[in-house]
Design a protein around this ligand. Structure first.
Ligand SMILES: [Zn+2]
Length: 496
């Protein structure tokens, strides 16, 4: 490779709901996505996640990659010590043993909390700096729902979040960061992060980019300014992640300027002014379960299902995925030709798998982690299908990766086919249903545990979309969450 720039890379990503009582252990990463060193290219090949973009960028730009770890799993509670020590530890060890490094391009979620670190990404970056020194340019890519701390901005010269929600631009995000890093390594530019925030926990329409809103306004301003102003290298807009009991949680804007300059800070502040002024904007209408059942009867007929999305039990926001509030409502409403994805309940799944296809069985379903958020229901149904729960995702969100629900059964309760899974996976892919013999296109009603990512695959097939807040752990009603470390006063908890 000769003089090829040597770039340390990796992915250690987790969106931590600090109010979840489920620890996120190494086993969770092993069960979702975990690879080390030279195993990484084959693991990410053909996928749409950032490391695939890093591999492409390295080929295009002539870099030599020093690969450390690729680790991701479903949002849940704080990252346990075994996972932190293994993943962060392996990345830091790789950095220490790498010899000369010209740059770092590392992917993180940006809302990770570990058992020992509230600001896990800031901690990781600080430790990494301790290994590589102050002068090696560090670029990080982030989820658009990152909670970016001052410490992260201090140690990362280039911060680059997704610009789509649903997040379908992960490869492009990695390449955008790679382009700036490449210029920095050549000495053409000297990137510096300038961060701004307000007393905001939420805002920017939760970062959605499927409608015109305050988020898309800032993103289009950012793209325009990057084109027009040579010194503005990159502007990263983060909507934040709310169920995180972190001092600095909430939306941020990071302007990556060529050098440190008050002008760049002023741009970041102007963008955050817009976030503050538009803080009340929300493009979703949130229905409770009764309202959703009522609304179903009022919707016109047409092609495709009505898709009901319960964001409050979305494993993608760290909820338990075993809440029964919506399922119970659908059963009691006597819905016909409906499907439900998913109830995560390993005990019930094991019982149904053991009973076998065709069996009629009574089972205690869901609500087992914390019944406050949707208690167990005792229900009799027919086991229609049994699967191993593994399938290749084909949608724009997770296409090219294998999803693992663990032992899975379809339980038919009246007119509702329920996917009973053993692992918590946000229902964003049609394959969650099709792998178990259910075609969501043929259903009248399809319920998914997701707040927005489902739209990537489900909006094209849906006749209507209804958003439900059934009152599970990831409720929009943040006043119900016991924040202790969050800065106060803050919107919407204290300020209007
Ligand atoms: Zn996100």
């Amino acid at each position: 490779m000769g003089n090829a720039p040597r770039v340390l890379t990796g992915l250690f990503g987790h969106e931590t709901n600090t109010f979840s009582q489920l620890p996120t252990t190494l086993a969770h990463f092993e069960g979702y996505l975990l690879a080390f060193g030279d195993d990484i290219p084959a693991t990410v090949e053909g996928s749409v996640i950032e490391p695939a973009g890093v591999e492409e960028a390295a080929t295009e730009l002539g870099w030599e990659l020093v690969r450390s770890v690729v680790a991701w799993t479903t949002p849940s509670g704080r990252v346990a010590r075994d996972a932190w020590d293994t993943c962060a530890g392996h990345a830091l060890k790789t950095a220490a043993e790498a010899g000369h490094l010209d740059g770092v391009l590392f992917s993180m979620h940006g809302a990770m909390a570990a058992v020992d670190h509230d600001d896990a990404e800031g901690e990781f970056l600080e430790q990494l700096r301790g290994v590589i020194g102050p002068d090696v340019p560090v670029a990080i890519t982030l989820d658009l729902h990152a909670n970016v701390t001052d410490r992260m901005a201090r140690h990362a010269d280039i911060i680059c979040a997704y610009r789509t929600y649903p997040h379908i631009d992960q490869v492009a995000t990695a390449k955008r960061a790679a382009g700036i890093l490449d210029r920095a390594m050549k000495g053409e530019v000297r990137p510096v992060s300038h961060i701004a925030r307000r007393d905001l926990l939420g805002g920017l329409d939760s970062g959605r980019t499927t409608v015109d809103n305050p988020m898309t306004e800032l993103l289009s301003r950012a793209e325009k300014l990057e084109t027009e102003d040579d010194d503005v290298l990159l502007i990263s807009v983060q909507a934040g992640f709310c169920p995180a009991d972190l001092d600095e949680a909430g939306p941020t804007v990071v302007v990556c300027g060529d050098g440190r300059d008050a002008r760049f800070q002023a741009i970041a502040e102007t963008y955050m002014d817009h976030a503050w002024e538009t803080r009340h904007y929300d493009s979703n209408e949130y229905l409770d379960v009764a309202e959703a059942m009522q609304r179903l009867g009022q919707l016109s007929d047409g092609e495709g299902p009505v898709v009901i999305a319960d964001g409050s039990d979305n494993p993608g926001s760290g909820a338990y995925g075993d809440s029964t509030f919506l399922l119970d409502g659908m059963i009691k409403a006597g819905l016909e030709n409906a499907a439900f994805g998913t109830i995560c309940d390993p005990d019930a799944a094991a019982q149904l798998v053991a009973a076998g296809e065709g069996a009629t069985t009574t089972v205690r379903l869901g609500g087992k982690v914390d019944p406050t958020y949707g208690p167990p229901i005792d229900i009799t149904g027919e086991v229609v299908t049994v699967t191993d729960g593994s399938y290749l995702a084909l949608g724009p969100r997770w296409g090219g990766t294998i999803q693992h629900l663990g032992p899975t059964a379809v339980l038919r309760i009246g007119g509702v086919d329920v996917i009973v899974a053993s692992k918590r996976v946000q229902c964003t892919e049609l394959e969650t249903f099709t792998h178990a013999g259910i075609d969501p296109r043929e259903k009248d009603v399809v319920a998914v545990k997701s707040i927005h990512h489902f739209r990537a695959a489900y909006a094209p097939i849906a006749r209507h979309v209804l958003i439900v807040d059934s009152g599970a752990l990831a409720t929009k009603d943040f006043g119900k969450l016991p924040y202790k470390n969050l800065r106060r006063p803050i919107f919407p908890l204290d300020l209007d």
